[in-house]
Design a binder for this molecule. Structure first.
Ligand code: S3P
Length: 301
């Protein structure tokens, strides 16, 4: 009897073990079905994914080379580099194509990056230096630097803003608390610091070009662009701003004209190129800026 009981218990354990093996085999089959070529489906999908990545890489290389060709073509035929209307058209075409696509959001996100990187490629090709904007208050330095930054995906260093952030104080408060000389030294220090940056736009405060040592810093690694505007235009642009301590109590065309005249010689001596901004759109100003910088480079060759 005892022998029979032991025998039956072994048989039961054996069945249980066999059952477990069968279960594991089924699990295995469930997750790793073998394809005809000896590759299971998961491996096959991974292989397909890798091939898709290769296609994306090839397409991006091709796309970037076309971007460079377009730039060369525009340059050869003296065409404007900045063509926002054309970019808009291209974007519309993409959106139409993606209209009913279930991955629309994800694909648009990727295209945002692609377009941004094309702009960077253009910027690197056009400017191997920093673009330093100088000029009187209200001459359009911030507006132009924002637009250039968007069109060429370049970083902007807005000097007043960086100084205000570093000091945790507004510019008028710095003037009032520490005086103008202190502020001017902050400007010089920041310019020196900025020499480590490349292919950026530096938007200077209106007084930065007054110090010769500052101009020497700007020219180490950058081209200096002077933006000009008439006293009347400057007045219109700054009349509602409370951010210009030098104009507080003197916000009128005569005062602006006087200070502008005092600074004119220094501004002009610092400038590599000059752009008059009255009555022009920001696109026209930026286009002129790019054309003049490219011409300057051609002269230098
Ligand atoms: C100044 C111009 C201001 C600012 C500060 C002094 C100047 O910058 O740096 O108020 O001396 O012309 P914006 O030219 O950007 O207004």
């Amino acid at each position: 009897m005892e022998a029979a009981r032991i025998y039956s218990s072994h048989v039961k354990r054996g069945i249980c073990f066999a059952g477990r093996i069968a279960e594991m085999f089924l699990e295995y089959v469930k997750y790793y079905r073998w394809g005809e070529n000896g590759m299971n489906d998961l491996e096959m999908y991974r292989e397909q994914l890798a091939m898709c990545d290769d296609k994306i890489i090839d397409a991006l290389v091709e796309r970037n080379a076309i971007v460079e060709k377009i730039m060369e073509y525009k340059e050869m035929y003296g065409m404007p580099v900045l063509q926002p209307a054309q970019e808009k058209k291209q974007e519309q075409r993409r959106q139409e194509r993606l209209q009913d696509n279930c991955y629309r959001e994800e694909i648009e996100d990727v295209f945002g990056r692609i377009v941004r990187n094309s702009r960077k490629i253009q910027a690197r090709k056009l400017f191997h230096y920093n673009i330093v904007l100088i000029g009187f208050m209200g001459s359009g330095k911030s507006t132009v630097s924002d637009y250039l930054s968007m069109m060429f995906a370049m970083d902007v260093i807005e000097m007043d803003q960086v100084i205000a952030e570093q000091q945790e104080m507004s510019i008028p408060d710095i003037f009032e608390t520490y005086g103008e000389e202190y502020f001017r030294n902050l400007e010089t220090n920041l310019l020196v610091e900025m020499q480590s940056r490349q292919n950026v736009i530096i938007s200077c405060g209106g007084g930065v070009a007054m110090r010769d040592e500052n101009v020497a810093e700007m020219k180490k690694n950058g081209r200096v662009v002077l933006l000009t505007a008439s006293p009347q235009t400057v007045y219109e642009r700054v009349k509602d701003s409370g951010e210009r301590p030098l104009l507080s109590g003197n916000k009128n065309v005569e005062y602006i004209a006087g200070l502008m005249e005092k600074r004119r010689e220094k501004y002009e001596a610092a400038a590599d190129i000059v752009i008059q901004t009255d009555g022009k759109t920001v696109l026209q100003i930026c286009e002129e800026l790019v054309t003049k910088l490219v011409e300057l480079d051609e002269e230098d060759v």
